[in-house]
Unconditional design. Sequence first.
Length: 456
Amino acid sequence: MNHVIYRLLRLNHGLRLWLSQQFTPAGLGLLGGLFVFGLIGLDIKRSLSYQIFVFLLAILLVSMVLSRFSRRQFSIARQLPRFGTVGIPLRYPVLIQQKNRRKSRRKSRKKSYRRRNREQDGPILIESFAGSFPTFRTFQSLTRQSKSRQDWFRQMAKRRWVFAPAVDLPPLSAQNETAVTGEVLPLRRGLLRFQTLTIACPDPLGLVNRCFSFSLPQSVLVLPQRYELPTIQLPGSRRYQSDGLALAASIGDSEEFRALREYRPGDSPRKIHWKSWAKLGRPVIKEEQTEYSVRHALILDTFQAEDYSDVMEAAVAIAASFACTIQTQESLLDTLFVSGEAHCFTVGPGQGQTEQLLERLASVVACQDKRFNTLLTAVKLRLSYLCGCICIFLTWDEDRQTLVEQLQAAGIPVLVLIIAPEKGLTEQPDRSCLKDSQSRLQVLNVNNIQAGLLTL
C-alpha cells in the first residue's frame, strides 16, 4: 500500500511541476475555470455554463497551437560558484543567446533578418534540480515519524532542498549574448545538484508556454548555516604536543637547539647538522626542545535514530559557527565527530583551513549504526593534548555525562551546549559533573538558537 501511495504522491509532484512550466499564471487560472464550468455544465439542459466551458476550451486550444509556431533557438550556459550557504541567496550568472533559423528563400531570409533584429520579450527562466522528491526509503521514514497529515507535510517542507523562483528574462537580442543573474535560496546543507534549465516563452495570448529545456548537470556544495556568536575566550594553557607540530612553528613555544647526537635509522634528513658531519665524517642529528601550544577540541554529537532532524541540523550549524569564529592564528582546533567512522579535522597554522572544515561539516550524516562510545574512544586519545573543549550534544544521558566527567578529570575546561527539541528536554541535565570553575553547561532550544548563543 505504501508503494502505491508513494507513486501517487510522486506523480502528483511531477504533474504540479509540469503545469507550472507549461502554463502561465493566467493559463492556470483558465484551467481552473475550465474545471469549474465543466462540472457546472454537465447537464446542458438545465445550465448554459457549458457554453463558457467551450469558449474557454477554444481559447486554450488556440493558445496551444500558437505556442507551437515559436521557432526560437537558444544557447545557454550557467556559471555556478563553488560554495553556497544555507539561508543566504545563491546568485550566479546565466549567459543566454538567441538564435534563429535561416530560410532558403530570399523573402524568408528578409523576414528572418527582421525577426533576428527585433527583440523578443516575455520569457522566464526555470531551474530544475535532481532529487526534488524524496526516495521511497525517506518516504517510509517520514511516514513513521508523522502522526498526522499536517505533520507529514511539515516534515516534507523541512526536507526541501532549495527555493528557486522563476526569473523574468529581459528582452533577448538575436545579435548579442544576454547576461542574467539567476538566484536560488538553499534550504539544506549538502550537495545541491542542478539538473535542467528551462526557458519558457509564452504564446501571444499569454496562456501557454513553449518550453526550451537544456540539460546542464552541475552541483554546488551548500555549507551549513552560521549563527552570530559573542566573543568567547576559550580557557586553558599550553600543553605538550607529542605528535610534533613541525608545520605549526608559528604557534606555542618556538623550537630551539638542545643537543647533538648520533644518527639513527629513520631520522629525518632535515635534522642533520651538516657542519658537525663535515668535522666528524659521520652524520650527526640536532635535537630541539619539545613543542608546546594551545589546542582546543570541538566535539559534535551525531548519534540519533533518525536520518534527519532539526536538532542535528542546528548542532552542525553551531559547530560551523564556532569553527568560523574561533581565532586559530595562534592555536589549534580539533573538530571530532562520527559520520560513518570517527573523524578528526584540525584547523590552525600549518594544518587544514576553515573552508575545508566547513566542507566536511556540510557532508555530515547522522550516525545510526554505532554507539556513543565510538566518539568517546576518539576523544580519549587526545586528552593529553587538549587545553579546552566545546561539546555540542543532541541530548543528555549517561554516556554524554561520562564524556564530560572524563574531560573534567583530565583538567580540561568544557563548554557544554545541549540542543533541546521544540518541546524541551524531558529532564534537566545534572550539572554536578562540572567540577572546573571555568566549565559551563547551557541548553539551547532548537527554535531559539540565535538568542541562546548570544547569552554565552
